[in-house]
Design a protein around this ligand. Structure first.
Ligand SMILES: [Zn+2]
Length: 284
């Protein structure tokens, strides 16, 4: 049984290094990620063959991307980072160095579960330096894009409410709310897999995108049913949307706030992360 922190106040790193490899969604190539303990606050990345010092991941490195979250780090792109970042930050880790072999993070089973298992394999320990300060929101913040929106209000804890609404009978309207802690993240959010729609997936494949996408790493919806049941949770899609939001907040840190997201997307999450950072900048 792994020890998880009770909240996101502390500074934590891995007890040892651990690696995972798997197929990447976009390129279809295999890549490997090694996670190392770190003495420095934040998440760092290095490329194995580059022989350069690790670079700090920062919110201003996020680049517009539709299907995943991409970072531009030291002139290189690092793609599909969101589930790994969700796992690290969701488990309460604050000091981690990741070494990658390609420019894309493997998808594993389409959730954060494989990364959580890797963290569980080696365990976590207190970090040797303080964490980057947690954001403190003083007044409500709201952003919207078309009919999607995110509203954050100051709170003592970090609470998330997700709502999605799809015109497919298999998904429909779903709402899920959670007080996020490392324990609740591991149990309720991390196992939720990404999902797609069979007609869109065919189009993307024909366009040469998502070469590594398969029913092994995504739930595929066929309108009124799922092509690869069973689901891990009845409301797995909305939980996965919260997993994506958690990953997209990992580089700014979790605010003490209640955050409601309606029809979230990576671009909306990115905009929210920037606004959050601006709204909280008076705290620095
Ligand atoms: Zn996702």
């Amino acid at each position: 049984m792994v020890f998880w922190p009770n909240d996101y106040e502390g500074a934590w790193t891995l007890s040892n290094s651990v690696k995972r490899k798997g197929v990447c969604l976009h390129t279809g190539y295999e890549s490997e990620v090694r996670l190392f303990p770190s003495d420095l606050p934040g998440f760092y990345v290095s490329w194995r063959e580059a022989n350069e010092p690790p670079l700090l991941l920062k919110p201003d490195q996020v680049r517009e991307s539709n299907l995943c979250t991409t970072l531009e780090v030291g002139g290189r792109r690092l793609t599909t980072v969101e589930h790994l970042l969700a796992a690290l930050s969701g488990c309460g880790l604050t000091h981690v160095h990741m070494e990658v072999t390609t420019d894309e993070i493997p998808l594993l089973d389409g959730s954060a579960h494989g990364w959580v298992e890797a963290i569980e394999e080696v365990g976590i320990r207190p970090a040797s330096s303080p964490r980057i300060d947690q954001l403190k929101l003083d007044k409500p913040l709201a952003i919207n894009k078309g009919d999607s929106m995110i509203v954050a209000t100051p709170a003592e804890k970090f609470c998330l409410i997700g709502i999605i609404d799809f015109p497919y009978e298999a998904i429909g309207q779903q709402m899920f709310s959670i007080e996020l802690t490392p324990q609740s993240f591991v149990k309720e959010i991390a196992p939720a897999r990404t999902f797609g729609f069979v007609d869109q997936l065919d189009q993307l494949k024909k366009a040469g995108l998502i070469k590594g996408g398969s029913i092994e790493n995504a739930l595929v919806c066929n309108g009124d049913s799922w092509m690869n049941p069973p689901l891990r949770f009845e409301d797995e899609p909305v939980r996965h949307k919260l997993l994506d939001l958690i990953g997209d907040l990992a580089l700014v840190g979790f605010p003490k706030a209640q955050v409601l997201v309606y029809k979230g997307s990576h671009s909306l999450h990115g905009e929210f992360a920037n606004e959050l950072l601006k709204a909280c900048s008076q705290n620095y």
